[in-house]
Design a protein around this ligand. Structure first.
Ligand SMILES: Cc1cc2nc3c(=O)[nH]c(=O)nc-3n(C[C@H](O)[C@H](O)[C@H](O)COP(=O)(O)OP(=O)(O)OC[C@H]3O[C@@H](n4cnc5c(N)ncnc54)[C@H](O)[C@@H]3O)c2cc1C
Length: 338
């Protein structure tokens, strides 16, 4: 296998941070991974699987081996009157996949329109938006075990999906290269319009007459009005997760700030809007050198020019400590920091 050395990663991360990988191999087929395994290259201590770098912050050069995923192709495995089972290889582009399924009239992915990145990264953090998550449509994940060189299949239940979480991000981080996903999409879509801006957009419409294309277009419109385009302003989407807190904490916050936006996760846990906490702590639109907090969405940290990953990371730490001292709430990074 061809391994490139001192490879510039600036075009391969959406923050556009200029760092280099000591070595990088482009993975076009599962057989490429088998070859690397046979050659002993996967024994390397630090291996990073890279999709489109839209959920990563590089704070330094990457001294290990990067596997750049370009395994493409999708196929309908089976279908009946009601459902389509679509197998999609992990190097496919997620927004293009959503557009394809929407064009077929298949329901399930429309709320996840325009989330940047590859299909293979989607299960890693169980991508979600506008009241939907990948786990709602995922049947199984096919992986290459880099420790044994074998291919395995994980059912949805085995993936341990949670809020922006899965076993691929925690317990088995770095062990499995996700090769493909099997999605179950509906030919009789049951639209999810619970998210407030979508509800408002379609409030005067007969739900039975709304198409998946209309929902997808509405999601795109909302996203484009709120989120900076990484091609123009480097960013990795939400930098932090919405923190999950106890009811006692919600009562404490609401006593001082009655407008605190929160919603119930289960009987004991509530999610608070991280963007609101950051904004209230005075960070929205702030800038330190070329590292900034986006002026429309405080959850998004941006690169105004030639920032280093270290500078973005330091800004994120300042935000974390300021939110903690003001509200007593810890913000956890959603973006993976290297
Ligand atoms: C403008 C913007 C908006 C965003 N909005 C959302 C949103 O609404 N919801 C949301 O959930 N996310 C959002 N994100 C985050 C990002 O789009 C997702 O996390 C996406 O799935 C990352 O895909 P990627 O290919 O770029 O992954 P990368 O950033 O390349 O990798 C992310 C992580 O996944 C691992 N990984 C990647 N591919 C594989 C594989 N094949 N096998 C095993 N591990 C792998 C990597 O090692 C890394 O740890 C947004 C990002 C941006 C820039």
């Amino acid at each position: 296998m061809l391994i490139k050395t001192d490879f510039c990663l600036q075009p391969f991360n959406t923050f556009h941070i200029k760092v280099f990988a000591r070595s990088l191999s482009i993975i076009g087929f599962p057989a490429d991974l088998e070859e690397l395994y046979e050659e002993g290259a996967l024994n390397e201590k630090s291996i990073l699987i890279l999709g489109e770098g839209s959920n990563i912050l590089f704070t330094k050069h990457y001294e290990g081996l990067i596997l750049l995923n370009q395994i493409r192709r999708m196929e309908v495995k089976t279908e009946d009157e009601d459902w389509v089972y679509l197998k999609v290889n992990s190097g496919e582009n997620w927004p293009a996949l959503v557009d394809y399924t929407v064009d077929q009239g298949w329901g399930g992915l429309e709320n996840l329109s325009l989330i940047p990145g590859t299909v293979g990264a989607a299960p890693v953090q169980n991508i979600g938006a506008y009241g939907a998550e990948l786990k709602d449509v995922l049947e199984s994940v096919e992986v290459f075990n880099m420790q044994t060189g074998k291919t395995e299949v994980f059912s949805k239940a085995e993936c341990g999906f949670g809020y922006r979480d899965s076993i691929f991000k925690t317990k088995y981080k770095g062990r499995y290269f996700i090769l493909s996903v099997l999605l179950k999409l509906s030919k009789n879509p049951n639209l999810n319009l619970e998210y407030a801006p979508l509800k408002k957009k379609f409030e005067n419409r007969d739900p039975g007459l709304i198409s998946v294309k209309e929902v997808s277009d509405a999601v795109k419109e909302i996203r484009l009005s709120k989120l900076p385009d990484p091609a123009k302003l480097g960013n990795a989407g939400s930098f932090f997760k919405n923190p999950v807190v106890s009811f006692a904490k919600i009562e404490e916050l609401a006593a001082e700030y009655p407008e605190t936006p929160f919603y119930k996760v289960d009987e004991e846990n509530y999610k608070v809007a991280a963007g609101w906490l950051i904004e209230k702590a005075g960070w929205k639109g702030k800038r330190i050198g070329d590292a900034g907090v986006h002026e429309k969405q405080a959850l998004v940290l941006v690169n105004y020019g030639s920032v280093t990953g270290e500078e973005i990371f330091k800004l994120s730490q300042k935000i974390q400590s300021s939110v903690n001292s003001k509200f007593g709430v810890e913000l956890e990074c959603e973006v993976t920091v290297f």
